[in-house]
Design a protein around this ligand. Structure first.
Ligand SMILES: N[C@@H](CCC(=O)N[C@@H](CS)C(=O)NCC(=O)O)C(=O)O
Length: 226
C-alpha cells in the first residue's frame, strides 16, 4: 500500500513577513525558481506591535501550507530544499548543504549585526576594510572546496544553499560593491544565479520588496539598498 504523504503538497504556500527582503527572500526565490504559486501577507512596521503576539514565537517569517505551519527561517529553507529536491544527491552532499547553510547563518548574523548596530556609521569603514575581506575570502574558499567544482556550492546542480549564498552576496552588494568585486568566483556565481530565467524575472518584477530591512535599521532600509 502506498504510504500516505504527511504533507498535502498541492496546497498553495502562504508566506507572512514584512514588506522587505530580509529572511523571507530565500523563501520567495525558492518558490519563484520552482514556479510554485504562493500567496503572501506583508505586515507593515506600524501593524506589527498589535500582531506580534498572534505568532507562536512572536517573530516572522512564517510559512504555511494549509494547517501545516513552520517558524524559523532556516527550518523553512531546509523544508523547501527537501520538498523541491534541492538538497544534494547523496548523504555527503546533504551534509555539505547543512554545513554551507550554517556558514551563511554565521555570515548573515555578522553582517546583520553590523546593519543593526547603532554605531554603524562609526564602525562601517573598519568593517569594510578589515573584516569583510576576511569573511568573503572564507566564503569563496568554501565555494572552491566543492570537490565537483561545478560552480554551485554543493554537488553538480542547484541546491537550496545556492539561494542562501546568493542572498548573502546580494546583502553585501549595497554595503560594499567594491569589496565584493574583488572576489571573482563569488561574482561569477552571483551572476549565474541571477541569470536563471525565473529568478531574473522575479528580481526585475514589482513583486520584489524594495529594501533589505525595515527602515528602523541604521543600514538596509534606505534607497541605497534598493
Ligand atoms: N530565530 C529566527 C527569528 C526570526 C526573526 O528574527 N524575525 C525577525 C525579523 S527578521 C522578527 O520577527 N522581528 C520582529 C520582532 O522580533 O518583534 C532567526 O534567527 O532567524
Amino acid at each position: 500500500m502506498a504510504e500516505k504523504p504527511d504533507i498535502e503538497s498541492s496546497l498553495t504556500p502562504h508566506v507572512t513577513y514584512f514588506n522587505v527582503r530580509g529572511r523571507a527572500e530565500v523563501i520567495r526565490i525558492l518558490l519563484e525558481e520552482t514556479s510554485t504559486p504562493y500567496t503572501e501577507r506583508r505586515i507593515t512596521i506600524d501593524e506589527w506591535p498589535l500582531l506580534k503576539s498572534n505568532f507562536t514565537f512572536g517573530q516572522i517569517p512564517v510559512y504555511e501550507e494549509g494547517d501545516f505551519l513552520l517558524n524559523q527561517p532556516n527550518a523553512i529553507y531546509r523544508y523547501l530544499g527537501r520538498k523541491f529536491n534541492l538538497y544534494g544527491d547523496s548523504t555527503l552532499e546533504h551534509v555539505r548543504c547543512d554545513m554551507v547553510q550554517e556558514t551563511f547563518v554565521d555570515s548573515q548574523n555578522t553582517l546583520g549585526g553590523l546593519y543593526w548596530n547603532p554605531d554603524f556609521e562609526k564602525i562601517r569603514d573598519e568593517f569594510e576594510k578589515d573584516e569583510l575581506p576576511v569573511l568573503l575570502t572564507r566564503v569563496e574558499d568554501l565555494l572552491a572546496s566543492n570537490p565537483i567544482r561545478s560552480g554551485f556550492w554543493v554537488g553538480s546542480r542547484l541546491s537550496f544553499v545556492d539561494i542562501i549564498a546568493w542572498h548573502f552576496l546580494d546583502y553585501v552588494r549595497p554595503f560594499s560593491l567594491q569589496t565584493l568585486q574583488q572576489f571573482d568566483k563569488l561574482c561569477q556565481f552571483k551572476e549565474r544565479i541571477e541569470g536563471r530565467p525565473r529568478i531574473k524575472a522575479y528580481l526585475q518584477s514589482s513583486r520584489r520588496p524594495k529594501t533589505l530591512t525595515v527602515s528602523l535599521s541604521p543600514f538596509g532600509g534606505t534607497p541605497e539598498t534598493s
